[in-house]
Design a protein around this ligand. Structure first.
Ligand code: AHR
Length: 369
């Protein structure tokens, strides 16, 4: 299907790039994979009369569906565990809309690796044109990636990484999770300026490259600081409830700690609830430094308020990058094997850092997610 589309490509519509979206904490319960995967009926072709006026547009700007066929894209999403994920999902749904020339088969895999593998198999059986996978875990992908390749379907690994030979997929895009962990560690070393650190880590989901990368990166900096000690490191599954549960258990086991690293904002909210309940103070005026990841709107509000001292961004607005890749593939162009989605870190007001931007109301107001 996609090879035909590539040959028939002419421009007729404006295709959006990065699409800003609002923060959305509440996610609907996931539907069964087969239900959500059911593609919408084919939509009417884009207005023909617009086509001639825009035929001179470059291939890069051309709408992929100008021949009247929507490009079929499958997205096997991790789940709905966090505000970051909600923003990422909305960004894909906004970008790969029918108005933009796509038929998106979206599946919330509810953090279940087996469901995600079967979802991808379903996409292959449906002969979708392109498959995007945000891998729940990095291991266990070789077989199904080989199946997609055998079926001639381009696969985009998005957000997180897979532990598979790169010849098995077309391209990968996302943030550098190891660099995010190192940014957190470098900022902490700068902030502590030689003081001791007794650190508790609330990790993300087990086996996810976001967890593995942030842990590796942070530990790289721990290894450079002989007076830092990681007392414990447990998974909070990237959820607020998980963050709270792990923090409650840490509080029972450890009475002397001064740093809590939460591998996403939702875990940080849960950890703050647990510390509030235990009467432990945190933030720039408290006893415990909280480091978080994601830098979503609410996370940055807490950073602006001085509750989270450092928040390392992971940009969820990645669908525009995926669309650029697909547009190139449609046009028969070669694509990079890896596209980095850049991010930055933020620190509470009053802190100057070589590694992070000092939070302000202006920065928060400019936040799209
Ligand atoms: O893979 C990105 C991570 O997954 C985000 O940090 C987290 O919030 C999400 O669930």
């Amino acid at each position: 299907m996609k090879k035909k589309i590539a040959l028939l490509l002419v421009s007729a519509m404006t295709v959006s790039g990065l699409v800003a979206c609002g923060n959305s904490a509440a996610e609907e319960a996931p539907a069964a994979a087969t239900e959500e995967a059911a593609p919408a009926e084919e939509e009417a072709a884009p207005a023909e009369e617009e086509a001639s006026a825009e035929e001179e547009a470059s291939a890069e700007e051309a709408a992929p569906a100008a021949d009247g066929e929507l490009i079929k894209v499958g997205f096997a999403q991790v789940g709905h565990e966090s505000d970051w994920r909600a923003a990422n999902t909305k960004n894909y749904q906004d970008t790969f809309s029918e108005a933009n020339g796509y038929e998106l088969s979206f599946v919330d895999c509810d953090n279940d690796h087996a469901v995600q593998i079967e979802t991808v198999r379903g996409f292959i059986e449906q002969e979708l044109d392109y498959i995007c996978i945000a891998p729940i875990q990095s291991a266990g992908w070789d077989t199904v990636l080989q199946e997609a390749q055998d079926a001639g379907i381009d696969v985009l690994i998005v957000d997180r990484a897979v532990d598979a030979d790169e010849s098995l997929y077309t391209t990968a895009l996302g943030c550098d999770m190891v660099a995010e962990g190192e940014a957190a560690g470098n900022w902490l070393a700068e902030y502590l300026n030689g003081e001791d650190a007794k650190i508790l880590v609330i990790e993300g989901s087990v086996g996810a490259s976001a967890t593995l990368g942030r842990t590796e990166g942070f530990n790289n900096i721990v290894a450079q600081n002989s007076n830092w000690e990681v007392l414990d490191s447990q998974s909070g599954d990237f959820t607020q409830a998980g963050g709270q549960e792990v923090m409650e258990s840490f509080i029972k086991s450890y009475s002397d700690f001064n740093v809590v690293v939460c591998q996403n904002d939702n875990e940080a909210y849960g950890a703050m609830d647990a510390m509030d309940a235990a009467g432990i103070t945190y933030g720039v005026d408290g006893d415990v430094i909280i480091i978080s990841f994601d830098a979503t709107h609410d996370g940055l509000q807490y950073t602006l308020d001085g509750k989270i001292t450092c928040n390392v961004e992971c940009n969820p607005l990645q669908a525009g990058f995926a669309e650029e890749v697909i547009k190139k593939l449609v046009a028969g162009e070669t694509v990079d094997k890896w596209t980095l989605v850049e991010d930055e870190a933020f620190v509470a007001p009053g802190i100057e850092s070589a590694y992070a931007v000092t939070m302000s109301q202006e920065v928060l107001d400019g936040r799209a997610y």
